[in-house]
Design a protein around this ligand. Structure first.
Ligand SMILES: *[C@@H]1O[C@H](CO)[C@@H](O)[C@H](O)[C@H]1NC(C)=O
Length: 488
């Protein structure tokens, strides 16, 4: 902003100087002849015109500046999807076949907490603690993980693993997650309570820093001009990747090149099912719908919008269910979503939360992640809940100027694990996961357009590459002063 308003000032001075000069010259001429008068009038018009356009120009700059300071919402919208023409769409005839509904996406191993596995877990825990004591960290990690896998609800196992992560791995965020988990199963666990309290402030600060870093990167992205060729290539690439990963998470076997060719040319890939094609076409349609309707609307996402998104997600695969709430009970791994009779009410409640002040005032990443979690928890549709939730999340992020976030299909186990953790009481790991995905997506764009990211000091390659551990160390020292949290 400042360089351009600086130019404006210089221009203004120049104009004033020119004006004075012109007037002096004209004053001499006016005495001489009539054509001088004509020239004077012409120059007057030109001057008035150029000054007025200059002042509008300055006014625009002023507005930009104050908007940036005062109101995030009013910020110049970053066009988030590639140009429609770039994707060369051929109109398709939309005949879909009903999809066999299989909701095996959230299948977790149901660990039975019977006595033998618990005692095996305790044995493993004791061995882990011995290894920790001897400084054999790699062995300790394996044994701790084994214990957690055997008894994922055992408060001592969870608490000790947390302490190990905090003191030897310096991973305070994950340590805190384990303390909180221990407390969900035993709210009065003394050691876990002390541990949670001690780490709470550091964790909050780390979360805040992560969101600030994400904001900086978003601002850097917004600063890149829309006509930047590398940016447009990156947008296009991200568009295909987004579709590829989001249908891939649900089991679609199309690879990136195939996904791309279906969106671009609408030609079939040999050996792949019609449904797999239709899932991709549906996602493409839903993204374009969001881009055309929701992205530039400030606030207010209605129930109807969510139904419209879902209608496109499923429309090509299952036109009957697309855009409708489910009418049957479903079971999703360990989670039993609300019965069909409650869904309508819960969805209305959800929509009013979506538009509540409390939600809108949150950091967009937090808001978007929570919206995703809440929708997938209600599980309002017979199929396509995951895709619709991710699209809703991205609609919220795009409204706030972020590109659509990609959740990589190879991270789906973590993704489901965090969703399940949210079900059992701690939604922060899921929000952090979404924040990490947001940051990775932003990095993708910024790396693709590196010449611009260099202009922002906070985004020098170093700070992007710096890993989580490094951040921990710095912040711990900031807050605690001593080496309390450090390895000894
Ligand atoms: C997204 O919307 C913008 C205008 O807001 C438009 O220029 C662009 O073509 C759209 N992209 C897609 C893929 O629909």
């Amino acid at each position: 902003m400042s360089p351009s308003s600086g130019n404006g000032c210089i221009l203004l001075h120049k104009k004033k100087y020119m004006k004075n000069n012109n007037e002096r010259q004209l004053n001499i001429k006016i005495n001489n002849n009539l054509s001088g008068l004509l020239i004077l009038i012409l120059c007057g018009i030109i001057l008035a015109f150029s000054l007025s356009s200059l002042s509008t120009y300055l006014k625009i700059n002023d507005n930009d500046l104050s908007n940036e300071i005062n109101d995030k919402q009013e910020k110049r919208k970053f066009a988030l999807l590639p140009k429609e023409n770039d994707l060369t769409i051929i109109d398709d005839s939309t005949i879909g076949l009903p999809l066999e509904i299989n909701d095996n996406n959230y299948n977790f191993d149901n660990n039975e907490n019977d006595e033998t596995t618990v005692s095996e877990a305790i044995t493993s825990l004791q061995l882990a603690l011995e290894m920790k004591h001897c400084g054999k960290q790699k062995k300790a990690i394996k044994l701790f993980q084994h214990a957690v896998a055997l008894a994922p609800q055992h408060p001592d196992v969870l608490n000790h693993y947390g302490e190990f992560l905090e003191h030897t791995q310096n991973d305070i965020i994950r340590a805190n997650e384990y303390y909180v988990r221990a407390l969900t199963y035993e709210p009065n666990h003394e050691s876990a309570m002390v541990n949670r309290q001690r780490t709470a402030r550091v964790v909050e600060e780390l979360d805040k820093r992560m969101l600030n870093r994400i904001d900086e990167k978003r601002n850097a992205l917004t600063a890149i001009p829309d006509n930047n060729a590398a940016l447009n290539r990156a947008k296009k690439e991200a568009y295909f990747q987004h579709i590829y990963h989001t249908v891939g998470i649900e089991g679609n076997t199309m690879n990136l090149a195939q996904t791309r060719s279906i969106v671009e040319t609408r030609t079939a890939v040999a050996g792949k099912s019609i449904d797999e094609h239709n899932e991709i076409i549906g996602l493409d349609a839903a993204l374009k719908y969001i881009n055309a309707t929701l992205v530039n609307r400030i606030g207010s996402i209605t129930l109807k919008d969510i139904m419209e998104i879902h209608r496109r997600v499923l429309g090509h695969v299952d036109p009957i269910e697309g855009g409708h709430l489910r009418r049957t009970q479903v079971y999703v791994g360990g989670h039993i979503p609300p019965g069909p009779g409650d869904i309508h009410f819960l969805m209305e409640e959800f929509a009013s939360w979506l538009n509540s002040d409390r939600a809108i005032r949150m950091h967009p990443v937090r808001y978007a992640a929570l919206a995703h979690y809440k929708l997938v928890h209600i599980h309002p549709f017979s199929d396509g809940n995951g895709r619709t939730s991710r699209l809703l999340m991205n609609a919220i992020l795009m409204q706030a100027g972020y590109p659509p976030v990609i959740i990589h299909k190879q991270h789906r186990h973590k993704y489901y694990e965090y969703l399940q953790l949210a079900n059992s009481g701690d939604v922060r790991p899921f929000i952090r996961f979404i924040a990490e995905c947001t940051e990775q997506t932003l990095d993708l764009f910024l790396w693709a357009t590196t010449e611009f990211s260099k202009e922002v000091p906070a985004l020098s390659q170093n700070s992007i590459i710096k890993d989580r551990h490094h951040h921990h160390r710095t912040i711990v020292l900031d807050i605690e002063g001593s080496g309390d949290f450090l390895d000894d």
